[in-house]
Write a protein that binds this ligand. Sequence first.
Ligand code: 6PG
Length: 465
Amino acid sequence: HKSEFGLFGLGVMGKSLSRNLAKKGFKISIFNRELKGTEENVAINFKHEFQELSSALPFNNIESFVNSLEVPRKIMLMVNAGKITDMVIKDLMPFLSAGDILIDGGNSNYNETKERFDYLKSKGIHFVGAGVSGGEEGALNGPSIMPGGDKESYKAVHPFLEAIAAKDENGLPCCTYIGTEGSGHFVKMVHNGIEYVEMQLLAEVFTMLQALGNNPDQIADILESWKAHSNSYLLEITIDILRKKEGDDWLVNKIMDKAGNKGTGNWTTIATAQLGVPSTMIASALFARYSSFYKEERIVASGNFQSNESSKFDVTNDEILKVYQFGRLINHYQGFKLIDEASKSYKWDLNLSELSRIWTNGCIIKSDLMVELVTVFKSTNNMLTNEHIIQQIKKSKPAVKKVVSQCVLNDLPIPTLSESVNFLNNFAIAKSSANLIQAQRDYFGAHTFQRLDDDSGKFYHSTWK
Ligand code: 6PG
């Protein structure tokens, strides 16, 4: 008899998801193409490695894989985002029938997801663009899943996706219908943008705690004590990382200081710029990674610009914690703001509370703060109007002022943290300096301006000379 669900692509994520599906009792077919130059049948070998896959059907031939599935077929693609995804869809097409459903579980660009959605719709095939977060372990034991597409196709695949997803504190699946077209992948992309910032904030905390003379174990101890106030998955893994020794040194000290990326932070920064939303911390965290990559030039610059002034780095661990919490609040504000604005522009009707709920477990940015946001977003989409958050920000502001200036005085790089305070200073201001920008635009380009003393919205032009 036929399988209920097909998993196409047995990379790290595909393998873990198939084991997860099989453990939940689903009858699945798994496919991987033969590796070039080997006779190895990846799917058969993989099936034999794990007991839970004993009734899974393994394939290296696309036609037989597709024919092994019940109609309408449900096939989840776990392949590299970009061209490979299109190639795979092209290879599958001849064997699919109208009504079949493809789920793309890769980190695909949301614009491409919309194009694939429209193309496949014209062929009668349903397409679900699903963000999947949680890495290898999440995929195996319960990821957070963000599926977008039409509601009808979600109805057909939700029993599978919700069964394998992580569960929130009330036992509900960390998987929910997001919205149409590329909304699932858009939301996953912003998840990654928020992730970039959370990681960069911890790296800046690491910089500061090192400057205070702590070794990685001592920093891990300090971060351990922060769990009670500000716990998150990324904080926990950072503690593990800092404790890892190799010989008599810490492994982290031996790792090349050039940060890689696979593009999602870049897309988030493009999206925030295109939509006119100031998610400045995501851009800053992305550019911090890019700067790190210029290792050779950084070495030269560090020689050329070495500072001779010495000043005592006079901050406490508690002040650093406050700054960290402040940065995280602004980061989450900016990330959710981007989602909210995209939702309005694309008419996706996204529910921020539900989104934060599916991010309370399974994903990389799960945290105590995320749990708090589920409630916050029930009454507003703007975190900065929530009374409790306002109080938290106000309480940490004195420490933020002090720590950021101390870092500047001591030549310590904290690009993303200082961005958070500059953002707020530039945003929590009733009258900005943009009046001067408007005057300059009008001066050289006759771009016109509105006047504060005329609320009709009329545009004026002045002869400036
Ligand atoms: C997740 C991660 C995952 C992956 C990213 C990392 O949610 O599980 O975000 O999708 O680790 O690709 O992105 P970079 O390689 O760009 O850091």
